[in-house]
Design a protein around this ligand. Structure first.
Ligand SMILES: O=C(O)CCC(=O)C(=O)O
Length: 274
């Protein structure tokens, strides 16, 4: 049975818009209900254990513990193309209510990532998301759903407030290769870490962050998991060549003069009605 999404409209305050504009990120507490968090975590267990087969995810060898099964993965990209639940959370109405104000009113949904990050697994080195996902004009914005309580011990994200007004730096090394940060990712060189703040969050909180903000996450040094579901969006009137161009990105809210895709699973979805 599907968990009923919390659909009551979320009204963004002027203070929240101001905080997002000044800091480049905004944490919205308990935007996603405890039932919804449990639904995503149960679903992750199901797909990683092979109970719900999904193309591209190998079922685990027999006799692994639950922890061992989850620990086989650090992050999985773009499951919303194959999986109803991931598409549904990409298009979560309360997340879209906020994006409509922060980067809209017309919103395109572009990317999903599921982070599992078990004990001992590395973080992501310093980067700006618009380095990877380019849109013109650049209104890229991530929505990071905490699926566990997150702190400095289990590998929270660190942001540099105000850095969203800096250009995208091309001064990166590839790949980063440290115990702290995942190998194979480009990492900005010469970042002043004294400017960073940890983003502590509880399961169900959602952190919105702009595409230019410099951020990283650290290794999970705890015995707990640090799961998160992250989606990326831009204004639906922005041009993109990313992953097949505008015609492959879902129009999540509003209208656009550009080509767009519609949801694969929720065929009744209407970006205008809300
Ligand atoms: O959750 C993390 O560890 C990193 C997330 C991140 O860097 C991103 O989504 O751009």
């Amino acid at each position: 049975m599907l968990t009923k999404p919390v659909t009551d409209h979320y009204n963004v305050s002027v203070e929240q818009v101001k905080a997002f504009s000044e800091d480049g990120f905004l944490k919205v507490e308990q935007l996603i209900s405890a039932d919804e968090v449990s639904e995503i975590n149960r679903h992750t267990d199901d797909i990683l254990s092979g109970r719900q087969p999904i193309e591209g995810i190998e079922p685990p060898p027999p006799d692994l513990s639950h922890e061992e099964i989850l620990a086989r993965h650090l992050r999985i990209h773009m499951l919303h193309h194959k999986d109803e639940l991931h598409e549904r959370y990409l298009l979560h109405p309360r997340i879209l209510d906020i994006l409509e104000v922060l980067i809209g009113p017309d919103v395109m949904a572009m990317q999903t990532m599921l982070f599992i990050k078990g004990p001992g697994q590395p973080g992501q080195g310093y980067h700006q998301d618009s380095y990877y996902i380019k849109t013109w004009p650049d209104h890229l914005c991530g929505a990071w759903i905490a699926l566990d309580d997150v702190d400095e011990e289990n590998g929270c994200v660190y942001m540099q407030p105000g850095s969203q007004y800096e250009p995208i730096t091309l001064d990166v090394q590839a790949p980063s290769d440290t115990d702290e940060h995942q190998e194979g990712l480009t990492e900005i060189i010469d970042v002043d870490r004294s400017l960073e703040v940890p983003v502590i969050a509880n399961a169900g909180d959602v952190v919105f962050f702009g595409g230019h903000i410099k951020h990283r996450s650290t290794k999970n040094r705890s015995e707990r998991f640090r799961r998160a579901f992250v989606s990326h969006y831009s204004n639906a009137r922005s041009f993109t060549e990313w992953h097949g161009g505008n015609e492959q990105q879902i129009l999540a809210r509003g209208k656009t003069h550009l080509p767009y895709a519609t949801p694969r699973f929720d065929l009744d979805y209407d970006p205008i009605a809300r």
